[in-house]
Design a protein around this ligand. Structure first.
Ligand code: ADP
Length: 447
């Protein structure tokens, strides 16, 4: 004949359950233990783990209605309350206990379960509690009274004690008894094991993350090495060709080789500058020296540079004739415009129109660079300004380091401006940046 389990799933039998005579309460402990151990084993968040332990054990374990878990801090040489349940106020979590101090400290010192079956026993054990901690307890429990009974067990990992689980009984009920100790110690051992599993898991995740970071910096180094090797190979190849004694190059060829060497050296210099610049920005050492600048003139200079590099693109510069003078660092803004125009050319391999426009609003100027190139997928638009971000599909076809846009953003932001992009895949992209107008220029712009 099967007897229905009178104990709700996950709860341990208590003396109040009035189990039928002749029924051993241990019969009902096993399913509850299984339930609790699987709840602990499936805990995944180390931050809330100890609260989970209390939330799992206290409702299952009569007569407990409150409890704490304190962990040993080897540096400070005291127990720190890491989780508390059943108190009105979480200030209890600020508490700490030296070895031998109050209830948790006594359990820690003894490294064995300690039963405090009466309020008198609890008061006697708490006699050496630090006055500051008594205030905490009063605040935490809402009244300067003490529990009716308590039971503390050590959290053991093999031979090592890592903390203390203390359960308290505040409501009227049969008090904790020596018979409760083996079961609570079993639960505490399960909790300690689960905590250790989580610690190992976290360590593993950290190692994994470090390995990933190492890998991505390796990836990065190999990308940069590749980017630098390409221009280097051209420089080496053409200069070796030029100094070959047995070949007499005609002046036209010589000039062409020298032009290529010159261009490739520029590319190399650009990558090295970007890297240096980027590390300066990372270190928060980007310096800006503003002076009055004429943006349309700067744009013309950069477009002239670009015209030497491409005959597939046409450039249109559109600035209103009364475009105001802005206060900015000319070298840095040159860098921003250069990066944007360079990208406009690089990422429109079939050529097309590149339009650089300047507009003025009340308090700022807006510069845009629009191309008719490959465009940017919507999911990449937000990531463009991340260091080393490159859209995967173009990575192999177009040289680049993924540093140009983050540098541009840092420069624009340090001038008090904003930078963003709009794009349609396959149709082209427009990059915008703003620079604030000083009070004088704003007034002129308004006029
Ligand atoms: P790099 O050009 O060296 O890769 P950037 O930081 O300048 O580095 O650009 C980051 C990425 O943004 C590029 O790899 C590319 O995927 C995308 N991108 C930038 N400008 C454009 C553009 N005008 N058209 C399409 N994609 C662009």
């Amino acid at each position: 004949m099967s007897v229905e389990n009178p104990i709700p799933a996950g709860r341990l039998p208590s003396p109040e359950d009035n189990l039928p005579v002749g029924v051993d309460r241990h019969t009902y402990e096993q399913p509850a233990l299984l339930h609790i151990s699987s709840a602990l084993a499936s805990a995944t968040d180390p931050e809330v783990f100890y609260s989970t332990v209390l939330e799992t054990i206290i409702p299952a374990y009569a007569p407990a209605d409150a409890g704490t878990i304190s962990l040993w801090d080897e540096e400070e040489k005291h127990l720190v309350v890491r989780a508390a349940l059943g108190y009105e106020n979480v200030t209890l979590r600020c508490r700490h206990f030296r070895k031998g101090e109050s209830l948790p400290g006594k359990v820690f010192a003894a490294q064995a379960p300690q039963l405090f079956p009466t309020p008198q026993a609890i008061v006697a054990a708490g006699v050496n509690t630090h006055p500051e901690d008594i205030v905490y307890e009063e605040k935490a429990t809402g009244a300067p009274v003490c529990p009716r009974s308590a039971l503390g067990v050590p959290l053991m990992l093999g031979e090592e004690i890592i903390g203390v689980l203390l359960l308290e009984q505040w409501q009227p009920a049969p008090p904790f008894a020596a018979a409760d100790i083996p079961l609570l110690q079993t639960l505490a051992n399960l909790a300690a094991l689960a905590a250790d599993r989580l610690r190992l898991q976290m360590e593993l995740e950290r190692t994994h993350a470090d390995a990933q970071a190492d890998l991505s910096s390796l990836d990065l180094l190999s990308t940069l090495a590749h980017e630098m090797r390409t221009p280097l190979a051209s420089i080496k190849g053409y200069s070796t060709a030029l100094i070959l004694e047995e070949v007499q190059w005609d002046p036209e060829k010589q000039a062409e080789f020298l032009r290529i060497i010159d261009e490739e050296t520029d590319k190399l210099e650009e990558i090295i500058n970007d890297l240096l610049e980027s590390s300066l920005i990372e270190a928060g050492r980007l310096e800006i020296t503003p002076e009055p600048i004429l943006l349309p003139r700067l744009v013309h200079e950069i477009v002239d540079e670009m015209l030497h590099r491409t005959d597939k693109h046409r450039f249109v510069i559109s600035f209103p004739s009364d475009f105001p003078i802005v206060e900015a660092d000319p070298r840095r803004i040159h860098q921003v415009l250069h990066n944007l125009l360079d990208n406009a050319v690089k990422y429109s391999p079939h050529g097309g129109l590149v339009v650089i426009r300047g507009e003025v609003s009340q308090s700022e100027v807006v510069i845009s660079v629009a191309d008719q190139g490959i465009g940017i997928a919507p999911e990449h638009l937000n990531r463009l300004f991340e260091r080393f971000f490159r859209a995967r599909e173009i990575e192999e076809h177009v040289a680049g380091s993924g540093l140009g846009l983050p540098i541009a953003r840092a420069i624009v932001q340090s001038h008090g401006g904003r930078i963003w992009a709009e794009s349609k895949l396959g149709e082209g992209s427009t990059f915008y940046f703003t620079l604030p107008l000083g009070e004088q220029s704003s007034a002129l712009a308004e006029e």
